[in-house]
Ligand binder design. Structure first.
Ligand code: ADP
Length: 412
């Protein structure tokens, strides 16, 4: 026979781990109903009902035909309604399986317990209240028998596991997010290592050759090796600079904004690019010439270098890159135009996402897909905006706009 239970045991035990204490409770209820003298009292409704009411756990009973004979306040709360006595099987408005399938009342665990005259365990369901809210619960339907062992009804305890279900779901989701983040991290590390190794291999190889056999090499070979070292060091620096900015711009110091003549800064960046890529024609069209912006000079250079670098990577040698600087609609605008691989509609939505690279881009050139993400953040950190669109006649237009400074404001 089940021993007496304290309220503390019920409160802590039943809710945290319904298994043990709950089975004791059900045992106690069954005992009450099976003993002749208490069985009568049970059916009349007296202190045993008070006992069930005081539990704070949803409990209800039915007769052998499944008609509800008693339910406590906690059950009515769980169901969100008070059923009429005599309603069949269960007082909930609607019940679903955890996968969302509607469960007819006649097939609910309590109905099975009564129809098959056995306890039903290991079941979880979701009750929908008339107000539309839902509660996940674990039922413990248990047949009640009289002293001759005849089925006289059943008692069911419903344990609200909504919070536990939510916590489990959140745990599953965060485990899934962690797995996904790890996969991204692995992919990122693979990509970055590859991108860093390529220039370092050139720098290291050339430097070693120059050290060991430099004096014996013809002058033009030496010069070309040194040029390669300079070119690949610059590429390395570009990657590292972008990576640092990608993390820093989220939380780091804001850019130092000061008035700058936009065409001047853009022109400097183009000159630097042209020194490194003498074979590529870059033209600048600045109209009006003295557009002044409130911006960080280093950031503008970094923007233009990224956009020119992409135009160089993704358009055929020999085609021209055009840069435009203008002032319109209250903002200063810079556009970089190429006649390269162009952009699909799908790409336009993703192009500024970190690590995004199109399949065509992967075929054309190396990269890790952070340059444009950095550009967008750099522009936005200066109060500007960035865009990309296909260029009529083929190729792409990448542009950014920054707040314009009225020259009148500077002299006053
Ligand atoms: P990366 O060049 O290292 O891939 P970016 O962030 O600079 O990284 O560019 C992201 C992607 O945007 C590229 O992989 C490519 O798919 C696309 N893209 C960038 N610039 C151009 C361009 N000028 N023409 C066509 N596609 C471009």
């Amino acid at each position: 026979m089940a021993g007496p239970m304290t309220r503390a045991e019920l409160e802590t035990g039943v809710l945290d781990d319904p298994g043990g204490p709950l089975l004791m409770l059900l045992g106690a209820v069954r005992e009450m109903s099976e003993r002749r003298e208490t069985g009568a009292a049970w059916r009349q409704g007296d202190r045993y009902r008070d006992f069930l009411e005081a539990l704070g756990v949803a409990v209800y009973t039915t007769d052998a035909a499944g008609r509800i004979t008693f339910f406590n306040r906690a059950a009515a709360q769980l169901w969100g309604r008070s059923p009429e006595l005599g309603e069949e099987w269960c007082g909930s408005w609607k019940i679903y399986l955890p996968d969302g399938t509607l469960l007819p009342h006649g097939e609910c665990p309590m109905a099975i317990a009564l129809k098959e005259n056995r306890e039903v365990r290991g079941f979880q369901a979701v009750a929908e209240r008339p107000d539309g809210t839902r509660v996940s619960f674990v039922p413990y339907p248990t047949p009640l028998r009289d002293d001759r062992g005849e089925l006289i009804g059943a008692v069911n305890v419903l344990v609200d596991v909504t919070e536990r279900t939510h916590a489990e779901k959140a745990l599953r989701e965060s485990a899934e997010a962690l797995r996904a983040a790890n996969a991204v991290k692995d992919e990122f590390l693979g990509l970055v290592s590859h991108e860093l190794r390529t220039p370092v291999t050139t720098i290291f190889g050339n430097a070693r050759l120059l050290r060991d056999r430099g004096e014996r090499l013809p002058a033009d070979a030496r010069e070309s090796m040194i040029a390669d070292i300079a070119h690949d060091s610059e590429r390395l620096l570009g990657i590292i600079e972008n990576m640092l900015l990608l993390t820093r711009l989220e939380s780091g110091p804001q850019p130092e904004l000061e008035p700058n003549v936009l065409a001047h800064v853009v022109g400097k960046a183009i000159q630097s690019f042209s020194r490194r890529h003498p074979g590529r024609k870059v033209t600048i069209n600045a109209e009006p010439r003295h557009v002044i912006v409130e911006a960080d000079r280093t950031y503008i250079e970094l923007l233009v270098e990224n956009l020119l670098g992409n135009a160089e990577k993704y358009s055929p040698q020999g085609t021209e890159i055009e840069v435009g600087v203008s002032a319109r609609d209250g903002e200063a605008q810079v556009v970089v135009l190429d006649r390269g691989i162009g952009l699909s509609d799908v790409e336009l939505g993703q192009i500024f996402a970190p690590f995004y690279r199109s399949e065509e881009a992967k075929r054309q050139a190396n990269g890790i897909g952070i340059g444009l993400a950095v550009c967008k953040r750099v522009v936005e950190a200066q109060g500007g905006r960035m865009w990309v669109k296909p260029r009529s006649g083929g190729g792409s237009e990448f542009g950014f706009a920054l707040p314009l400074v009225d020259p009148g404001d500077l002299s006053s």
